[in-house]
Design a protein around this ligand. Structure first.
Ligand code: RB5
Length: 149
């Protein structure tokens, strides 16, 4: 799979280590920045880069980092076809993909440490949507909400 990763300055401390984790799992990492620490950068810009990469089919999933994960998640979910969530527990990191087709994992580097972040990314990247009828039905309803605006 191709996995995008992006962060603002709040998420920057986790990015390099998580890129290595994804690569070590045999996936291609698409690094959408930030490429250096800039205390004045803004998380919506990085949410947009991941959203566009998903919308254009350039990546299969994204990992988006900010200080808490919250701002990144809010911004990511404004974009059509993006289903993002902050998951700071391993169950949600895989169940969100399996049941809800989550395609962006948002993490807060001021909240969690590098080992938990690695476990969360491993769970997220390894998980697949179940395709079960009840999950498809719910996904269609979520898509209808998105279309309704
Ligand atoms: C940046 O200082 C911080 O506000 C941002 O990374 C994030 O935590 C927002 O939710």
């Amino acid at each position: 799979m191709k996995i995008a990763i992006a962060c603002d300055h709040g998420g920057y401390p986790l990015k390099d280590a998580l890129m290595q984790v994804i690569a070590s799992m045999g996936h291609e990492v698409v690094d959408l920045g930030a490429h250096s620490y800039d205390a004045n950068d803004d998380y919506p810009d990085f949410a947009r880069y991941i959203g566009q990469a998903l919308q254009h089919g350039q990546v299969d999933k994204g990992v988006l980092l900010c200080g808490s994960g919250v701002g990144a998640c809010i911004a990511a979910n404004k974009q059509t076809g993006v289903r993002a969530s902050v998951c700071h527990d391993v169950y949600s990191a895989h169940q969100g993909v399996e049941h809800d087709a989550m395609n962006v994992l948002c993490l807060g580097s001021r909240i969690i440490g590098p080992q938990l972040a690695e476990d969360l990314v491993r769970a997220f990247v390894s998980a697949s949507f179940s395709g079960e009828e009840r999950h498809n039905r719910r996904l269609e309803k979520v898509n209808a909400l998105e279309k309704a605006g």
